[in-house]
Structure formats: C-alpha cells, structure tokens
Design a protein around this ligand. Structure first.
Ligand code: GAL
Length: 463
C-alpha cells in the first residue's frame, strides 16, 4: 500500500459512514429474514411425519403415514452369583440386543418363517412389502440378493434384482475378522411388479479351486450392481472385490449379453489407484455411468465417470464427503438434482443414514441429515436397523422411490433381511448447508417407516 492510500481509504469510509452502515444493516436484515423464513419452513417437518408440498395424491399420502414402534428391553438375564462377581454386567443397549443371536428380541428384529411373505399365496398380503420379514421367491425359497441393486431392462420390460447370494455358513476367517460367508456368487431375480420375484439363478459364480482367482470362494464379493450399455448392447456388472481381511479394496467388472447372464468376469483393480470398498454405479439420463466408492480408509467417497463401454473408469475423479466417513452409497436423481443416501462405517452393525444432494453429480455434495421418519428414535438412528444399498426410481411416480436396505444378521448372514420403504423427495430440509450461504436449494429426502405398505395401485402409469 502506498503512503497516501491509507488515509484516502479512511477518508472514503468516514465520508460514507452513514450509507455504509445502512448497507450493512440492510444486509443483516436480509439475512435475518431469510433465516426466519427457513425456520418457519423447518417447523413444517415434525418428528413423525412430513407435510410434503409435492405429494397431493391421497394414495401417495398413505405412504407418508408412518408406523410407530416401541421396543421393550427384556429384563436382564439371570446369571450365577459367581459369574456376576467375576464381571458385573452393564446394561445392554438395544443395538447389542439386536446383534445378540440369543436375545429375547430376536423374533422382533428377525421374524420367523411363519410370517414370511409368500407371493405364491394370493391373499390380503399380495403386493405388500413387510420390511425385515422373510421374503420368498416364486419357488418358495428366501430371496438371496443382499447388498443388491435393481436394473430395469427396457428390452424385456422386466426388473432384475442382483445381489450377494449368501446361502452358506457364517464364520470368522480369524479371531479379529468380520463375520463372512464364502463367495457363492451373484444371485439374480426377475419381476414385472417389483414384488413377485423369480429366481434366475447365480449369474456370476464363485471359483472353487483356483486360489489366485478374485472370485475364489475364500475372498469377498459384495454390492454387485448392473447397468445396460446402449453403445455395446452389453449388461455390465460392477462389484466390490476383496480378500477376507478387506485389504485388497478393489472393484471387479463382469459383462454379459443378457440380463440373466452368465456374466464373464473381466478383472479387478483399484480405481484411479485408490482403495475402493463399498461402491455403487449410477447411470445418468445422458447415458454416462459413474462409479462411486468409499476410499482412504472409508473416510471419503470418490466419484468418476466410466468409459463409454462402462468397462473401466476414466482418469476423471472427484473426492466428495471428505472426512465424513460414509459408505453404502445409493444414488438417485429427481428434477435435475442428484441425491444420495449413505450409512456410517460400523461393519454389519446398523447406524444413522444421511441424505446428500448435489447440483452436479461431480459435486460439491451437501449433507442434509437423517432422512428417516417414523418408527422410534432408535429406529431412526439405525436406519430402521438396516443399511442402504440402492434407490429404485419409479418412472410413473416422479419424486417417489423405493429405498432398498439390508438388515444384516452377522450371526447368520444368509438370514439377513430386506428393508424396502417409500422414499419421497419433497418439503423443506432440516439443516443449513455448507455451500450456498447455508440456504437450502433442495428438497428434503424422507424415508417413511411402515410395518406393511404397498405401492399405489397402477403405479406404473400414474402421472
Ligand atoms: C459394511 C459394508 C458391508 C460389508 C460389511 C463387512 O461396512 O457396508 O458391505 O462389507 O461392512 O463387515
């Protein structure tokens, strides 16, 4: 600064002190008004229910009427006086009860065979989703498609559900390792109505003998997702490939001419040279597909477009939700805005979901907070005791989606359950944002807890 400029600046300020303070006060006023407005809008969101401004149809209003839950903690188990002396027992938490296979609450979290959803029986329960109940396929066997995702195939006008086929014994590879089931393969189920699912078999199978193969049964194959490539006419599967200790942290790619496989396994790699654990694929309206994966010890997510044939990543990549420690990403799009649901990182144990939004898929991404509504506080803090895996768009119902999650059962992983719930984009968000000066540009994402619910009749053609 030159010798003269400081006094000049001072003079300028003192000369316009009056107008400057007017400007400052007007700005403060504006900010207060906007803040007040966002507070008033915030009051619209009540704990149990959301008054969505977008959903007027009475059938759709049904989807927002949540069920409440009250889980009574069981009395402490009787212990011998000697055992009690050795180690005084601290009170168990409801999550500990959930994870305890001998808990008296077992049947509450994992209802038995008697209450299974059976599409072969035509009755009052037809087309009703019952989160966490055993869900049978059209042969009467429990569906095995965990950590799954859904592809709508335009050619056959059929939905395909792909997921981890885990129908084997659960064990620990060593004392400190996470519970696991040997790789069996990727299960595939087909449906016209998203409720009645036919088993199409294992479309990518484990390798039984070659121990050096990525798909050797002693390794890990999780969260398979399939997208159709219009340029090549091929169905491309991406999945998390790992060793039993989760140190390989890679993605695997497989390809098929048909949605029902068999898929040819191509290779695995660390995308962009980074660790990749929980992952998903999102195909945008313009045909560009993206890989989204948890990286850097799960502390952040990475996102980047795939090549035109979807068989590889490109050099373009962006770090998002840095230091937020999120995984289990599930992306979807509504009215040009991108949304994502993620979980925290607590292995098979449930934790709180977050919803995120972005104007550009490559970011910046905003965290909007917990999308769960209904149940009870602990239900909302544990994503209804489940973890996100996919969000299914319903083209006939703009703004309405199916939230797909896994209620993992780490004591017996094959008996993990599916939690499918209505997800609605609409209404005000409930916390200020980091970007956009804290003023929300986007709508709230809400996931409504129901013991039993169904899509509105005629959902395919509704406008
Ligand atoms: C979770 C992850 C699952 C599985 C599990 C193993 O965090 O979302 O897909 O990898 O850990 O403990």
């Amino acid at each position: 600064m030159s010798g003269n400029s400081a006094p000049l600046l001072l003079r300028l300020f003192s000369g316009s002190r009056c107008s400057m303070s007017a400007v400052v006060w007007s700005l403060v006023g504006c900010v207060l008004m906007l803040h007040l407005y966002s507070l008033v809008r915030h009051k619209d969101v009540v704990t149990g229910e959301i008054q969505s401004h977008t959903v007027q149809n009475p059938q759709l209003r049904e989807l927002q009427k949540v069920d409440e839950e009250k889980i009574q903690m069981p009395p402490p188990r009787k212990r011998s006086p000697r055992a009690a002396k050795r180690k005084p027992k601290r009170p168990t938490t409801i999550i500990e009860e959930f994870l305890d296979e001998n808990s008296q609450l077992r049947g509450t979290f994992f209802p038995g065979q008697k209450t299974a959803i059976d599409p072969r029986k035509d009755g009052n329960d037809s087309f009703y989703y019952s989160p966490a109940k055993i869900w049978l396929d059209t042969d009467g066997n429990p569906i095995q498609a965990h950590g799954g995702g859904i592809l709508y195939d335009e050619k056959t006008m059929t939905y395909y559900w792909y997921g981890e086929y885990k129908d084997g014994p659960t064990y620990h590879a060593h004392k400190k390792a996470a519970a696991r089931v040997d790789i069996i393969g990727v299960g595939c189920y087909s449906s016209k109505d998203l409720w009645k699912w036919k088993n199409e078999g294992i479309v990518l199978a484990a390798e039984e003998t070659d121990e050096t193969h990525d798909l050797h049964k002693s390794n890990v194959l999780e969260r398979p997702k399939v997208v159709y490539n219009e340029n090549t006419g091929k169905y491309v599967m991406w999945m998390h490939i790992d060793d039993a200790n989760y140190t390989k942290a890679s993605v695997g790619v497989a390809v098929s001419d048909y949605p029902t496989g068999p898929f040819d396994y191509l290779y695995s790699k660390q995308p962009h040279g980074f660790e990749s654990r929980d992952m998903t694929i999102f195909k945008d309206d313009d045909g560009v597909a993206y890989l989204i994966y948890s990286s850097e010890d799960n502390s952040e997510l990475h996102i980047g477009p795939l090549t035109k044939d979807y068989l590889n990543v490109t050099p373009i990549v962006q770090r998002i939700l840095v230091a937020q420690h999120r995984e289990a990403p599930a992306l979807f799009k509504h009215q040009g805005t991108y949304y994502m649901i993620t979980s925290g990182c607590t292995g098979w144990a449930p934790n709180e979901a977050h919803a995120h939004a972005a104007e550009s898929i490559m970011g910046p991404w905003e965290t909007m907070g917990n999308p769960c509504i209904g149940g009870s506080k602990i239900f909302r803090l544990t994503t209804f005791f489940s973890q996100s895996t996919f969000v299914v768009p319903l083209p006939g119902l703009p703004g309405i989606f199916i939230f797909m999650a896994d209620r993992w059962n780490p004591a017996d992983l094959k008996d993990s359950r599916y939690v499918w719930l209505p997800l609605i984009v609409g209404g005000p968000v409930d916390r200020p944002f980091d970007y956009n000066f804290g003023f929300p540009l986007w709508s709230r994402v809400s996931i409504f807890w129901h013991r039993k619910w169904r899509l509105p009749q005629g959902w395919r053609v509704m406008k």
